[in-house]
Structure formats: structure tokens, C-alpha cells
Design a protein around this ligand. Structure first.
Ligand code: ATR
Length: 275
């Protein structure tokens, strides 16, 4: 019997998840259909209820419903608890199992696809919102030498650094952009939402150490102001979030279906050159 999955969001038209999961199902021989579900704002629970009643087995969750899914779940995995948000659900009887694969997807993209180990490296994260919160714990598991979270609203960075510091022995520091001065990092992750407004966080070229990886978490936007700044600093290793998108999807697929698809073909298909 064909099993049903979907991604739920509002808006949802832009989502690449059906394309990705359909490709995964083809290469792994899994009998699934994966669709898009547009939920009215405020009706998340009702929309999911009806998807489950129609036999749905699992869902990915995208904006603005990651917190609604957190509240809806009956069983939150540690990844979802630590991120404070849910991006994948699995339905079994009256149980709703919930995970957050965004952070692990980012780490896998960096370490595996981009061949950039995080262990022993100096990491700078821009932003202290949901995207940073999701990435933080999978990142500290990699045992970098230092993690700095920089944010316009420094109190939010401080709260996240305290949370992360409970899980590791190396320093996790919160800073204002002006505190960075000439500190340089091996990996700089833009986890702000600035790129959606074509804005540049108040960063200087000094932040990029020689050989640095500059990673833009947004995807499909070409050379964002952040990536352009990295280029001006002489950085040649630039990436956007397309690999993270594919890797978090592969994690969800493996969790649902018990088989982990290779992501290379999907990443190649979705990659928009950074020019
Ligand atoms: P998300 O869930 O995508 O992380 P969010 O929780 O709204 O979204 O967080 C957005 C992050 O981007 C915040 O850290 C925000 O900084 P503030 O907390 O100081 O508002 C950051 N951000 C958004 N626009 C920015 C800009 N132009 N420059 C720097 N940081 C920006």
C-alpha cells in the first residue's frame, strides 16, 4: 500500500520537499506519495488531524508552524526539545513522534558534503533565532575549539550560549558585533534571516580566517550580501543551505522508512550557482 507523507506550511508553494522525497523514494524503491499541505494560520492542529485521519504517516513542518508542531507532538526527541521546534513528525496510532533534523542536516552537509571538519575549529554563528538554536547542539557535539554566537540583540545570544555551554567543555561565547573586532574564524555560519531582506549583518571581512568556510543557511538566493562580503575577504569556500535542506530531508526519510538515501543527485539538481 502506498504510504502518504507531506510538508505542511503557509505559504507552501515554494517548498522543494516533495521533489526531494519523491526522488529519494525512487532511488530507494519506497512506495510513498509526498505532497504539499497548505494549512490556514491558526488551524495547524485541525489540518494535521485530517491528514492523519486520511492515513498520513508523517509530515515535515516548515514556517510558520515549527512551534505549533512542538506543541502538537506527544513524544519530543531530544533534538526537538533542545531546538525548541519541530521539523518532522511521525504518526503511529495516537502517538505523534517529533524530531528536528535541521541542525544535524547542517552538520552533515558541512562535514560530509563540504569536507570541512568542525572538530577543533573556531566557529562563528551569526544570529540567535530558531535557526541557530537548531544548529547549536549538533554543532557542539562535533567538539569545535570555540563557538561564538553574535547577535544584534545580544541577550538572545547569551541565552543560547548558556544553553549550549551545558552540553560541552569548550567555550561558547555570546557577543555583540562590535565585540568581534579582529577575531577570525574557520567557519562562519549566517543563521540570521537578513538574507531574506537582502541585508548584511554588521560583520567585517576580519571575521574570515584564511581557508574559512562561509555558509549561508538560506538557499537558492545566489550570492547574498553575506557571501559577497566573504568573497571580498578572499574566501573561496562558499556554500548555501541547499545541502542542509537535502540532508535534513534524508534524515527524516531514514527515520520514516528505515533506509537513508544518498543526497548527491538531489543536491546537484537543486544547486543554483553562487555567482
Ligand atoms: P529564524 O527562526 O529564521 O532564526 P528568527 O527567530 O526571527 O528567525 O531570528 C532571526 C535572526 O536573524 C535573529 O537573530 C535576528 O537578530 P535580532 O535577534 O537582533 O533581531 C537576525 N537578523 C535578522 N535581520 C538581521 C540583520 N539585518 N542583521 C543582523 N541580524 C539580523
Amino acid at each position: 500500500m502506498t504510504d502518504r507523507y507531506a510538508v505542511i506550511g503557509n505559504p507552501i508553494e515554494q517548498s522543494k520537499s516533495p521533489l526531494i522525497h519523491t526522488a529519494f523514494a525512487q532511488v530507494t524503491g519506497q512506495d510513498i506519495v509526498y505532497s504539499k499541505v497548505l494549512s490556514p494560520l491558526g488551524d495547524f492542529a485541525l489540518t494535521v488531524d485530517s491528514f492523519r485521519a486520511a492515513g498520513g504517516r508523517g509530515m515535515n513542518v516548515t514556517a510558520p508552524f515549527k512551534l505549533d508542531a512542538f506543541a502538537y507532538a506527544t513524544d519530543l526527541a531530544p533534538s526537538a526539545q533542545l531546538a525548541g521546534a519541530v521539523n518532522a513528525m511521525k504518526f503511529e496510532g495516537d502517538r505523534v513522534y517529533a524530531e528536528n533534523f535541521d541542525g544535524v542536516g547542517w552538520v552533515r552537509d558541512v562535514v560530509h558534503n563540504l569536507s570541512s571538519p568542525l572538530k577543533g575549529r573556531r566557529i562563528l554563528i551569526l544570529g540567535a533565532g530558531g535557526a541557530t538554536r537548531g544548529a547549536l547542539l549538533p554543532l557542539v557535539d562535533q567538539e569545535p575549539a570555540l563557538v561564538v554566537i553574535v547577535n544584534r540583540t545580544v541577550a538572545k545570544a547569551q541565552a543560547l550560549s548558556v544553553l549550549a555551554q551545558q552540553h560541552c567543555r569548550f567555550p561558547v561565547q555570546a557577543m555583540d558585533y562590535s565585540d568581534l573586532q579582529d577575531l577570525a574564524f574557520d567557519v562562519v555560519l549566517n543563521a540570521t534571516s537578513a538574507s531574506f531582506a537582502s541585508e548584511l549583518p554588521p560583520l567585517t571581512t576580519a571575521a574570515f580566517a584564511p581557508g574559512c568556510l562561509a555558509y549561508e543557511m538560506a538557499y537558492g538566493k545566489g550570492l547574498t550580501p553575506f557571501l559577497k562580503l566573504a568573497q571580498q575577504a578572499g574566501v573561496t569556500h562558499l556554500a548555501d543551505g541547499v545541502g542542509m535542506l537535502a540532508e535534513q530531508a534524508a534524515e527524516a526519510f531514514a527515520w520514516w522508512r528505515g533506509v537513508r538515501p544518498d543526497t548527491a543527485a538531489v543536491i546537484a539538481q537543486l544547486t543554483i550557482p553562487l555567482v
